[in-house]
Write a protein that binds this ligand. Structure first.
Ligand code: ZN
Length: 437
């Protein structure tokens, strides 16, 4: 029997997989790794020089200092001329918004003729682009046909490269005559994500959780892409119903609102996070602090839209509207920071914004955060938004070994995190290594 080159390669690949599994089965002890960092910012506010992070399997075993902290037999990874930070968490992505960059289509039309199965595979490009910049966890904010659940599962299975995904499924949008809703969100067939009334909202939320959604996402207002409309679409009672059914099932809920009234009702209803909103009033900020509700201002994506409007083929005049909205986003973020509201980094990444998600940090600092606060927004606060504080967002014992090495000092210059990611580990596995000279 003759083998083609392709067959031989695939047989060789199969052989390697079998060997790896066999070794695991024989040794049964996870590989111990020790990473040396010149400086470690662990996410709790602590900074350690000459840190040694010991990893067993996919979790952090210990954090010590100096070579004496390296266990004998450990595989040593030397990052002693770099700074270690926790893997970054982007709490607002749209991973399945993928485009093949065909100039005859706009990004929003790009996936229109793809099967959900094709899209789940092709959108792996967005997932890889997250890992490449140190984003090891995302909260993904709505996808049609449960392609987000497929991606999450493929990544967890280890056959797709990408961040840990926490997904919403199709999300919950208001049914009926919502002006221009279809234009703003052409992605989800109405039957999948539209609900009306308390019972309708509760039924859809339960369906999505049963299908495997990790949390509930509700569109509490219009607004999206170039449409920066702020009118509320769900009533307070409908929001409260969604919050109740999510919390009763031990799930969290994120409510999208471009405007102030939707944010006010979302906070009153007890949502866990409020996305986007501008002009949030002081009383609502105070209530967010009281109820530990996290604000996700998505302070960068509108800038990216303005820079890329030609690709989307909307008239240049739309950009004036978007810029006016962006000014208010930055102003509201500044007020939220002053009011002490907990903020998490959410990029609202779509299409080629993936790979630039962390530019959000630049805009959080522009709006008044210190670099340390911005780093917290992208780590511990992101973990809090997911309810995963004990597993994610810190380089401390017991947490997943999601660790990023950067060149430079993030605490004096946040751009180091945005542009100088050199090495990425997720769950104890090295995913990116750009340290070779
Ligand atoms: Zn979004």
């Amino acid at each position: 029997m003759k083998f083609s080159r392709g067959m031989l390669l695939s047989l060789m690949g199969y052989g390697l997989v079998v060997t790896a599994h066999a070794q695991d089965a024989v040794t049964k002890t996870p590989v111990v790794k020790a990473i040396k960092f010149g400086k470690l910012i662990d996410g709790t506010g602590k900074v350690t020089t000459n840190a040694v992070v010991v990893i067993k399997g996919d979790r952090i075993e210990s954090v010590g200092t100096g070579d004496s902290a390296i266990p004998s037999g450990a595989q040593v990874i030397d990052m002693s001329n770099r700074t270690g930070i926790p893997g970054l968490i982007d709490v607002h992505t749209h991973m399945t918004y993928w485009w093949d960059k065909n100039p005859r289509t706009t990004p929003n039309e790009g996936a229109a003729n793809l099967l959900p199965q094709e899209l789940a595979f092709l959108a792996g490009e967005n997932a890889r682009n997250c890992i490449d910049i140190g984003v090891t966890t995302v909260r993904d904010m709505a996808a049609r046909n449960y392609t987000d659940i497929a991606m999450r599962n493929l990544i967890n299975r280890g056959v797709m490269v990408g961040p840990r995904m926490f997904v919403a499924g199709p999300a919950i949008a208001a049914g009926g005559a919502v002006p221009r809703w279809g234009q703003a969100f052409p992605w989800v067939p109405p039957s999948q994500n539209q609900a009306s009334g308390v019972e309708g909202v509760m039924t859809l939320a339960r369906q999505e959780m049963a299908a495997g959604a990790d949390f509930i996402k509700m569109f509490g207002s219009s607004g999206g892409f170039q449409t920066v409309e702020t009118h509320q679409t769900f009533t307070y009672e409908e929001m409260q119903a969604a919050v109740n059914v999510a919390h009763t099932n031990g799930k969290r809920i994120a409510i999208h609102s471009y405007g102030a009234s939707g944010a006010r009702d979302a906070v009153k209803a007890g949502a866990d996070t409020v996305e986007h909103a501008i002009d949030i009033d002081d009383a609502t900020f105070a209530e967010m602090n009281r109820k530990h509700i996290i604000y996700v201002p998505t302070a960068y994506h509108n800038v990216w839209y303005i820079q890329n409007y030609k690709e989307f083929k909307w008239p240049e005049s739309e950009n004036l509207k978007i810029q006016a909205y962006q000014d208010k986003v930055e102003e509201t973020t500044r007020r939220a920071i002053k009011a002490g509201v907990r903020i998490a980094m959410g990029s609202d990444a779509v299409f080629e914004l993936f790979g630039h998600n962390t530019e959000e940090l630049t805009y959080l600092v522009k709006s008044g955060m210190t670099p340390a606060q911005a780093l917290a927004a992208a780590t511990v606060n992101g973990a809090a938004a997911l309810g995963m504080e004990n597993d994610l967002g810190q380089v401390t014992p017991g947490h997943y070994a999601d660790i990023v090495a950067v060149d430079g000092d993030p605490l004096s210059d946040i751009s180091v995190v945005v542009h100088n990611v050199k090495w990425v580990m997720k769950g104890g596995k090295v995913m990116v290594d750009k340290t070779a000279k």
